[in-house]
Design a protein around this ligand. Structure first.
Ligand SMILES: Nc1ncnc2c1ncn2[C@@H]1O[C@H](COP(=O)(O)OP(=O)(O)OP(=O)(O)O)[C@@H](O)[C@H]1O
Length: 629
């Protein structure tokens, strides 16, 4: 659609100028976003983890800053009396015209909505004024002028090994490989083993996304092979070894492992994309079960992910009839949590009052959730989407839930005809609360499931430790089990940095009276933690106790926590890999000890990153099968 289609609209200079200001605001945003993603390559090449991580964290706030700038500019520039409904309608039409040759039009639409929703009242949130229905298809936008999204290689022409090497060297990383021939041979061997006795068809080709995906200390090559009718996705992680040389760490073909790598529980990737919708389109062929919203999010375009999620949610609401109910499990002291049984997410509203022992505030809770948003979630903390003023159809709310919200969060509720508006909420992937998972396994005497749950629980805590995170409240009810069987933490209101905690042993009682006293006989300071007390809360069940003591008894000693804290303070942070250790080439070939690589990477990172964890991680693989699950 071009501006020529709207000749009479050009008469409104104000509308045109407003549309231009908003699009300039978006273009500035995307320019800065891309600059950070481009710089990720340099940071990776130089092993400059600290700078890279800081940039990744700052990038999360870019969008809100640009929206704010744009809103301020419009408010300063225009008199509200000039901004009639007719003008706002024209603004949208001019904007559509401006997007006709744009390379990120779907993102620009979302930016337009963000700016307008900051200025206009809720009653304007309809398709006349904002993009409720996208005008630009969010499918792949074919833009002939854009640089190609992926490169195609034909191994039949040059030979597989040569092709694989060329794929890597084409990225022109400015750092030396320790032994690229060795690594490429390892990739080739795995590829051949994966293809088995499939003959290489004439159409055999390898498609590789043109930009590497950077996250923490890893760069990931993302591609897929096509052989006859068979398509296979693959990922090659590239890391630095202890000498700062590059190594191909493994090649992943397994759909489950690839999905876990792109999980909602990890930090966002940094990828230089001119046409992001083309990347999303490519990735969808690798991750067919992932909604587009999650793919945008994992690429760092979290506002687009949020907007698409909301559209999916509205679509789901229109096509379902069940009611919102309290989420199964033990009620929270801080949050009212509810869910629609047919929808795989939960909605969390901060209560107005918190009963003892909770000593917190709405502002503090929001701060903790924000901390998690910016922190490396190392595959063990769920990402949250934060929304304001969400309208729900009243008829879809169970009466009991409405009563619960009115009792615990009245300031967050507004009733508006047949709608209920919730002023602030978080949305998060729904998981099976670990307490419910363990009880269900116990009920059917499934000891293997209990053991898996406990191993995963302990691993989650230990990986969070590696990320300098102390969950605060370690009860099973605060952890969920994902559909991949991973245990993930989701209750952030008591989270602290490990480096800020003081792990103590309970002092000896002076006498029997001390021991029998209801209150502790020893002084307790803020952030004091007594790990030996954890057993009281975690080990009530005999089977759980057995498996806990078998795999994670160390979590019950102050010495273990204190030692980990000390390592963090000294600058060592244990690496955790987002795929099982036994997949790694070095693990199988033994050409470099895992410990050597891991310690050195950690040391580099922590020396430069301070108390902030980096890395792809997978620590303490007690049971590799469970990890892979
Ligand atoms: N992502 C999720 N998936 C499934 N259930 C969840 C999820 N998040 C929360 N719940 C359910 O809601 C309950 C309360 O959630 P949450 O622990 O976040 O609230 P809280 O008020 O912070 O709790 P606490 O009183 O422990 O501080 C959980 O115990 C669980 O049963």
């Amino acid at each position: 659609m071009t501006q020529a289609a709207f000749p009479k609209l050009l008469s409104s200079q104000i509308a045109f100028d407003i549309a231009r200001t908003i699009l300039d605001g978006f273009d500035k945003h995307y320019r800065l976003f891309r600059a950070i993603s481009q710089a990720a390559k340099r940071h990776f090449e130089d092993g400059d983890w600290k700078v890279g991580q800081l940039a990744a964290r700052e990038r999360i706030d870019f969008y809100d800053r640009r929206v704010h700038e744009c809103v301020t500019a419009l408010e300063d520039e225009y008199d509200p009396s000039d901004l009639t409904d007719a003008v706002w309608r024209e603004v949208k039409l001019h904007y559509i015209g401006m997007l006709s040759d744009h390379k990120q039009p779907e993102l620009a639409e979302t930016f337009f909505n963000s700016v307008c929703c900051n200025i206009l009242h809720r009653t304007y949130f309809n398709n006349d004024f904002i993009f409720v229905r996208p005008v630009i298809s969010t499918e792949y936008i074919d833009n002939a002028e854009a640089t190609p999204t992926y490169r195609v290689y034909y191994p039949a022409r040059d030979g597989l090994r040569f092709t694989l090497k060329r794929i890597i060297t084409n990225f022109q990383l400015r750092a030396t490989f320790a032994d690229l021939t060795r690594d490429v041979e390892a990739v080739e061997a795995r590829l051949k083993a994966m293809l088995g006795d499939q003959p290489l068809e004439p159409n055999h080709q390898i498609q590789v996304l043109a930009s590497l995906f950077y996250r923490n200390k890893g760069a990931y090559l993302v591609g897929k092979g096509i052989n006859g009718n068979h398509e296979y996705p693959f990922i090659v992680p590239i890391l630095h070894n202890r000498k700062g040389e590059l190594v191909l760490d493994t090649v992943l073909f397994d759909q489950e492992q690839i999905t876990v790598l792109f999980s909602f529980t990890r930090a966002y990737f940094q990828v230089d994309m001119e046409v992001p919708s083309a990347y999303v389109q490519f990735l969808r062929t690798l991750l067919p079960k992932k909604p587009r919203s999650e793919i945008y999010t994992v690429l760092g375009l979290q506002k687009q992910g949020k907007a698409l999620f909301y559209r999916d949610y509205l679509h789901h609401l229109r096509n379902s009839s069940d009611r919102f109910e309290s989420a199964p499990g033990i009620r929270g002291l801080v949050m009212v949590v509810f869910a629609l049984p047919s929808f795989p997410y939960v909605f969390k509203v901060i209560k107005d009052f918190f009963p003892p022992p909770k000593d917190t505030s709405r502002a503090l809770i929001k701060e903790k959730y924000l901390l998690v948003k910016h922190h490396d979630r190392v595959g063990r903390m769920a990402d949250t989407l934060e929304y304001s003023n969400v309208a729900f159809p009243r008829s879809r709310f169970a009466e009991a839930l409405l009563a619960e919200l009115k009792q615990h969060a009245p300031s967050m509720l507004e009733e508006d005809g047949d709608q209920i508006i919730i002023r602030h909420l978080y949305i998060e992937r729904r998981m099976v609360p670990l307490n419910i998972y363990l009880a269900a396994a116990e009920a059917i005497d499934d000891d293997a499931a209990i053991e898996r749950g406990i191993i995963e629980y302990g691993n989650a805590i230990k990986e969070l430790m590696a990320a300098n995170i102390f969950p605060g409240d370690m009860l099973y009810k605060n952890f969920g089990v994902t559909r991949h069987g991973r245990v993930v933490f989701y209750d952030y209101d008591e989270i602290e940095y490990i480096s800020d905690c003081n792990f103590r042993t309970i002092p000896e009682a002076h006498n029997e009276e001390d021991e029998m006293a209801a209150e502790p006989w020893y002084p307790i300071a803020k952030n004091d933690v007594f790990p030996e007390q954890l057993g009281t809360f975690l080990l009530g069940n005999t089977k759980v106790r057995h498996f806990f003591m078998k795999h994670h008894a160390d979590l019950l000693t102050a010495q273990f926590w204190q030692a980990r804290k000390q390592r963090i303070i000294e600058g060592y942070v244990d690496d955790v890999f987002p795929y099982p250790q036994e997949c790694r080439f070095s693990y199988q070939a033994g050409y470099q000890s895992t410990d050597q690589l891991s310690t050195q990477l950690s040391h580099q990172a922590s020396n430069e990153v301070g108390d902030q964890t980096s890395t792809p991680t997978q620590l303490n693989i007690v049971n590799p099968a469970a990890q892979a699950a």
